[in-house]
Design a binder for this molecule. Structure first.
Ligand code: ADP
Length: 508
């Protein structure tokens, strides 16, 4: 691979979630950390998200940078653009990171990001089409008033995908955006932004784009598909997932479109924010620890057992932190828990989602109160304490674009037990005696998405757990993996440079 050229790029990242401002899942972690990494490497980065109530509640200082008149289907709608001065997103280094929020309270000042009480907001197309249109208007404004013209428009998932469509259609003739190239990163193909055809006018796009060659998907509007068709570059969050999504099993109906564009598709594994997720400095924990001194981890385990009301036992404590969806194989965990209870093991579970899974989990916790603890909440601190206090982490995903929790587990010396798919296959080396001896093994993995395979894999993990020196080797190998963003950010930047060259390179 060519080395990263020196020219600093102007990168505009558009996403519906950014840590620490708004988060429902890994997307937020990735956008926040990647933006910081680009800026630390000297690039000029601007991140744009909606001004949700969640963002306001954090109380960070905000200053107004623009007022926009955004064309929308119902006429022109006003939006304010505010810069958020959030210390965790302030960059130490030569680059610049600006975090901007699009404020239109009727759309975004709500209790949820996408839904309430498990139901999607019925006007999500209005909300995110407006968001994308406002972003485009802002870029035009920046071009005209500040001379700031992005080289790259880096959009994430279906909520931001329309920006890539707008760039090539409604904003095609904008002189200030003529050199801008777009990149769509797919964090999860399972969420595509599907809407009924009669709402197409909400997008503001000409009707001829409602065809199978553009945004139509079996009679419905598909925003992610629009991004897949129109973006100059496509990335997804692991090499294995980038291959999987070209097949009917994982392509969620989009495998044909993706295969057609495979020459511009790249799989780049996520890194982790090594400052936020560092057991040696983590302030959410009772005790800190590192590979050279693991005594703090035992204290974290005891504290977690106390916090969750679990009895202190000798056997391993297993952690689960996930959205309760079938994607995450939560039903497989539920199926094996009674068997697991016959063994010397405990489980700490944190997650929200499907009400049926929540209820089944709660029932199991009531049946085995000293061995299973379940918390149905979104609790950042507890997530850190489970990563630190558990001995193993269970992640039997049916599909997993990258997965972050197994990466946090590796860093925290909590051995991941994963289904061999997507990013889990790329980031966890399954135990075999040979892989252990060669200091390659970092966890346990299985193929079949069945409770029998998960249980068999867990039994193997429990048997290795009893061999202390083998277990320590597994833990140490995991903890010393390079999970930082540096490598992945360099790959993104190389791709960016390739796509903006040659024309972009001429621009000053
Ligand atoms: P996904 O993005 O598919 O949900 P990832 O593993 O990529 O899965 O990222 C999940 C992120 O969300 C992690 O940072 C994890 O710690 C966090 N998370 C998930 N559920 C909860 C919860 N209930 N409370 C706190 N953090 C959670």
């Amino acid at each position: 691979m060519k080395s990263t050229p020196d020219r600093p790029l102007k990168i505009c990242m558009v996403a519906s979630e950014v840590v620490p401002l708004a988060k429902t899942g890994g997307l937020a972690d990735v956008v926040g950390a990647l933006a910081l990494e680009f800026a630390k490497l000297g690039h000029d980065v601007c991140v744009i998200l909606p001004a949700y109530r969640q963002v306001d509640a954090l109380g960070y200082r905000m200053t107004e940078v623009a007022r926009l008149s955004v064309p929308a289907w119902q006429g022109v709608v006003d939006a304010r653009v505010q810069e958020i001065l959030a210390p965790p997103l302030q960059v130490k280094g030569p680059g610049r990171l600006r975090v901007l929020a699009i404020r239109h309270d009727p759309f975004f000042a709500r209790p949820g990001l996408y839904q309430e009480a498990g139901r999607d907001y019925t006007d999500n197309l209005d909300r995110f089409a407006f968001f994308c249109r406002a972003v485009m208007e802002l870029l035009v404004y920046f071009g005209e008033h500040e001379g700031w013209r992005p080289d790259l428009l880096h959009v994430h998932d279906w909520q931001a995908a329309l920006c890539a469509v707008y760039l090539r259609t409604l904003y095609h003739a904008q002189p200030s955006l003529s050199r801008t190239r777009s990149v769509l990163t797919i964090h999860n193909l399972g969420y595509q932004g599907l809407f009924p055809p009669e709402q197409f006018s909400v997008t503001g796009l000409p009707l001829h784009l409602f065809t199978p060659a553009a945004l139509e998907f079996y009679g419905r509007i598909n925003l992610l598909k629009g991004g897949l068709v129109f973006a100059d570059l496509l990335t997804t969050v692991s090499p294995t997932y980038s291959q999987e999504i070209q097949t009917p099993e994982y392509g969620c109906g989009l495998e044909g479109v993706i295969s057609e564009r495979k020459h511009v598709l790249h799989g780049i594994v996520n890194g982790i924010d090594a400052e936020l997720w560092n057991p040696a400095t983590d302030q959410y924990l009772t005790a800190q620890y590192s590979p050279s001194d693991m005594s703090g981890k035992a204290r974290c385990k005891k504290a977690l057992q106390r916090e969750l009301g679990l009895r202190s036992v000798k056997g391993p404590l297993l952690g689960v932190i996930a959205r309760f969806t079938s994607q995450k194989g939560i039903d497989l965990v539920i199926e094996i828990l009674p068997d697991l209870m016959e063994l010397d093991a405990q489980v700490a579970i944190l997650g929200t989602g499907d009400p049926l899974y929540e209820q089944q989990m709660r029932e199991l916790a009531e049946r085995y109160p000293e061995k299973i603890a379940v918390r149905n909440a979104f609790d950042e601190g507890l997530a850190h304490r489970i990563e630190a206090g558990a001995d193993m982490f269970i992640m039997p995903s049916r599909y997993e674009p990258c997965g972050l929790t197994q990466l946090y587990s590796l860093r925290y010396g909590t051995v991941p037990i994963v289904r061999k798919t997507g990013g889990l296959a790329d980031t966890v080396v399954g135990y075999t005696p040979r892989a252990l001896n060669e200091k390659r093994a970092t966890g346990f993995s299985f193929m079949d998405a069945s409770s029998a395979s998960l249980l068999t894999c867990l039994l193997l993990a429990l048997s290795v757990y009893r061999k202390k020196s083998d277990w320590q080797r597994l833990v140490k190998t995991g903890m010393t993996q390079d999970l930082s963003w540096a490598r992945s950010a360099a790959i993104y930047l190389q791709l960016f440079h390739d796509v903006v060259t040659p024309e972009g390179a001429l621009e000053k």
